[in-house]
Design a protein around this ligand. Sequence first.
Ligand code: ADP
Ligand code: ADP
Length: 226
Amino acid sequence: MANVQLDQVRKTYENGHIAVVGATFEVQDAELLVLVGPSGCGKSTLLRMIAGLESVTSGTLSINGRVVNDVAPKDRDIAMVFQNYALYPHMTVAENLGFGLKLRGASKADARTQVGKAAEMLGLTEMLPLRPRELSGGQRQRVALGRALVRDPEVFLLDEPLSNLDAKLRLSMRTEIAKLHRSLGTTMIYVTHDQIEAMTLGHRIVVMRNGEIQQIDTPMYLYDKP
Ligand code: ADP
Ligand code: ADP
């Protein structure tokens, strides 16, 4: 269970650049919210603030009522998947999936169970003993998703996770992500510059431009008045 609240959230970088201006919206529990807008409009900055990877300059950003910047990193129950997922080349898929759990001190038995579950969910069971170079691009991106899933996060953040894949693969992975969201039932925030991706994936869509939130609507409604 997790909802995310933003109230007049603003980000000014140290060089004075204002990347996010007065963002106010709420992401409901189990919702798949898509943040869409052209490159450079502030999407990643906003996502990184939600992840606690970037400080909030002013305004309030909280998850389940707790201000993100006040929560110690180890207590944050958030996972993030990036566009440039770096898998460990010398480790097997199983080891790649289990690595974060080991770092967090999970027992070997628990790690095994979690890794097995995530692999099954993503169709990676047969690939567990393989190394990244033996996988296709889509399979690798699935391992990157799996690495985030094994932790069973309350909030799942995805930053342009499909933009390195070819068009065909992007389409099938999009469907997989929607399915994954349905079976996990976690709160997901998905960032993309691709409007079609936004329309097909989002329950609601937040449209950003020049650091500002321009519109928040369901895909149907956005489609009616482009
Ligand atoms: P998007 O994800 O929509 O492409 P970003 O959030 O990455 O946009 O960037 C928003 C703006 O903030 C851009 O103009 C970018 O150049 C700037 N920016 C991003 N990171 C930094 C930083 N660390 N320092 C200064 N400016 C930054
Ligand atoms: P180590 O080499 O440190 O003993 P292992 O190779 O046993 O670790 O496993 C690395 C990680 O991957 C662990 O988290 C383990 O639980 C998980 N793992 C390994 N093989 C499998 C498998 N076949 N199914 C599920 N999880 C596995």
